[in-house]
Design a protein around this ligand. Structure first.
Ligand SMILES: Nc1nc2c(c(=O)[nH]1)N[C@@H](CN(C=O)c1ccc(C(=O)N[C@@H](CCC(=O)O)C(=O)O)cc1)CN2
Length: 290
């Protein structure tokens, strides 16, 4: 079997076109969506992601604000920036790029963001609402995967989805979103014994384990859909996922590549959440246009 490649760049492009249209409609009514990103420190990968977020939001027609802080910034200073952005009526989405330096309590910073501007979907209020199926901001990576599955025509109801990984920003919410679409969900993680006995049952296999090319054809059922959330460097320094793409594509019916799969969808969904936030705020009139 040769797997269909699920192209996150192409799906993202289609969706970004729709978002851009939504932004121009909103702007015509006097409300320009605004996204603020806080970057702490000099981590090269984070700098790249933040630059892409800035560029993508401007391309979508949004106001973009980047706040760069040194790695030595205190928690108090960082919280005061969040507070200012909470009060800024031209900003509808606030994002603090993760990871943060070790001396800063990530949970405290996330909780300081006004939930109405939590376009990352990481605030406990957003997480709680997602758990009970209420409308809220969904975390961008799992949200992007749901969009990819939907736009690829993958049937979810009644399917067995196996997730490798249980992080708060990918694994856990991913399972919830699939459950809400009537999948049967199994979580696997670093302490799971006999991993292939679970992954071999998956109709949809989501891999977010953080180990380069860990999942091979031996973990995958014939015809499964494989979604690779990993981002690693292989022995030659080349970007690769958690799935051994060359081996997996011989058994999967569809698979996401790395790069060009889930990653680009993460930023696209951030734009979608920012547009959603601006639409809600401007309808209510509590956060103003620029
Ligand atoms: N506040 C947040 N921090 C982090 C998040 C997040 O959603 N919110 N997610 C990740 C990093 N991330 C976005 O911030 C992200 C990761 C990867 C990509 C991406 O497009 N990857 C490309 C490859 C890029 C490259 O060449 O290095 C791909 O897979 O094709 C976008 C966003 C952690 N932090």
């Amino acid at each position: 079997m040769t797997a269909k490649i699920i192209d996150g760049v192409a799906i993202g492009k289609e969706l970004r076109g729709e978002i851009k249209e939504g932004v121009s409609i909103l702007e015509a009514s006097g409300c320009k969506p605004g996204l603020a990103v806080i970057l702490v420190g000099e981590d090269p990968a984070s700098q790249t992601y933040v630059k892409n977020k800035e560029k993508s939001s401007v391309e979508a027609g949004m106001k973009s604000e980047l706040i760069r802080l040194p790695a030595t910034v205190t928690e108090k200073e960082l919280l005061s920036h969040v507070d200012q952005l909470n009060k800024d009526e031209t900003i509808h989405g606030i994002l603090v790029q993760l990871p943060l330096p070790k001396h800063i309590n990530e949970d405290l910073v996330i909780q300081a963001i006004d939930p109405r501007k939590d376009v990352d979907g990481f605030h406990p209020q957003s997480v709680g609402k997602m758990m009970i199926g209420q409308e809220t901001f969904l975390p961008c990576t799992p949200h992007g995967i749901m969009e990819m599955l939907n736009r690829t025509g993958v049937e979810i109801a009644g399917k067995h989805a196996v997730i490798i990984g249980r992080s708060n920003i990918v694994g856990k919410p991913m399972g919830q979103l699939l459950l809400q679409k009537d999948a049967t969900v199994t979580y696997c993680h670093s302490r799971t014994k006999d991993l292939p006995s679970f992954t071999k049952q998956a109709d949809i296999l989501i891999v977010a384990i953080g180990r380069a090319k860990f999942v091979t054809d031996e973990h995958i059922k014939d015809g499964a859909i494989v979604i690779d959330v990993g981002m690693n460097r292989d022995e030659n320094g080349k970007l690769c996922g958690d799935v051994d793409f060359e081996k997996a594509k011989t058994v999967a019916s569809a698979i996401t590549p790395v790069p060009g799969g889930v990653g680009p969808m993460t930023i696209t969904m951030l734009l979608k959440n920012t547009l959603q936030s601006a639409e809600m705020a401007c309808k209510k009139g509590d956060l103003q246009a620029e």
